[in-house]
Write a protein that binds this ligand. Structure first.
Ligand SMILES: [Zn+2]
Length: 344
């Protein structure tokens, strides 16, 4: 394929994260192209940018959900194009990846909110049978980080982006637990690199709260570094652990879609507690960043939360997710009760 995409998942230690371009009012420049291009987006982000495009797109595809059938239909309705622009949040970026692979087109991602690292990662996160799976490998040419665009979003929808970095706090602990139980292989070097990234996030926590240019840039640059670490290490152990499995289980149980970062923040809060892993520090960390973690925020009822907690072990096992603190211990109604009180 022309741009290095693949229908199969690719783990390549030499894989480089996409280049990121930072600035203001970048849409006119990005759409000043001779290539036939399509936009993959949603109504709200498209309304923000549609009057700023230099050349009109050949096709605009609106993402409805991340179900595999929906994605296939979206792709089939689209004419051949040379360039795919994913404009919006995680669903737009993941759908844009899928379409770019299928059309063998150049891929450029433009976040208008940052609720996940989907604008930087290569795999397409889809929902199959209500569960999250990653397919394919899309080579993103550039991530366009337009500060003026991101400042038009409700601030919490950009701050949530920190969730896919802070997830490293609980993921690294899961990795250690898995190694102790003989379920994974440890790598001190990459572990320390991820710790260093977490330290950077901590140093910038108030910039993230205030959404300064440097605060926004830090989130994207750390995504890029975690993408590099994952490629070189050959797995996502440094960034994805039980906090993600909690989030996936909530999606599975409720059948609703969420902002990834919002669900993750609650997952990090929950799992740091279960892991007995600097829970107070993590809570303060999120408070300092202005990242919200509570059940109201994600619209989760008491019953749903209890179900998500007590079925987490079987969910993670059946889903084939990494061995984690969830497997190492038992999470029962008692833990759910303690956490429920802290989250409401
Ligand atoms: Zn994530």
């Amino acid at each position: 394929m022309k741009y290095g995409h693949s229908e199969e998942r690719v783990i390549d230690p030499g894989m480089m994260p996409p280049e990121a371009e930072y600035g203001y009012d970048l849409i006119p420049e990005v759409t000043d192209t001779d290539e036939e291009y399509a936009v993959v987006t949603m109504e709200i982000p498209w309304d923000l940018v549609k009057d700023k495009v230099t050349r009109v797109p050949k096709h605009v595809a609106f993402v409805r959900d991340m179900g595999f059938e929906t994605l296939k239909a979206l792709q089939q309705e689209m004419p051949p194009v040379d360039l795919v622009l994913g404009i919006g949040g995680g669903s737009s970026h993941d759908s844009a990846k899928y379409v770019a692979i299928k059309k063998d087109a150049r891929l450029v991602q433009v976040p208008t909110i940052i609720s996940s690292d989907a604008c930087v990662t290569d795999a397409v996160g889809i929902r199959r049978g209500g569960k999250v799976t990653y397919i394919g490998h899309a080579v993103c040419d550039r991530v366009i980080v337009d500060y003026s665009l991101l400042r038009q979003a409700p601030p919490r929808l950009v701050r949530y982006g920190a969730g896919d970095v802070l997830s490293s706090h609980t993921a690294l602990c899961d990795w250690k637990i898995a190694c102790e139980d003989g379920q994974a292989e440890f790598n001190q070097d990459f572990h320390d690199q991820a710790r260093e990234d977490l330290k950077q996030l901590y140093e910038m926590r108030r910039e993230i709260r205030d959404l300064t240019d440097d605060g926004i840039k830090t989130i994207i640059e750390l995504y890029r570094d975690y993408a590099r670490i994952a490629a070189q290490l050959g797995n996502d152990r440094c960034q994805e652990g039980s906090e993600h499995f909690f989030a996936y289980n909530v999606e599975y149980i409720t059948g609703r879609t969420y902002l990834h970062g919002g669900l993750l923040a609650t997952g990090i809060f929950v799992m740091a507690y279960i892991q007995d892993n600097e829970h107070d520090y993590v809570r303060q960390f999120m408070d300092d960043m202005g990242v919200e973690y509570n059940l109201d925020n994600i619209g989760l009822s008491r019953d749903e939360f209890f179900e998500a907690m007590t079925t987490l072990k079987s969910f993670a096992k059946e889903g084939g997710y990494y061995y984690s603190a969830v497997d190492a211990g038992d999470i029962g109604a008692q833990e759910a009760e303690q956490l429920y009180e802290r989250l409401t």
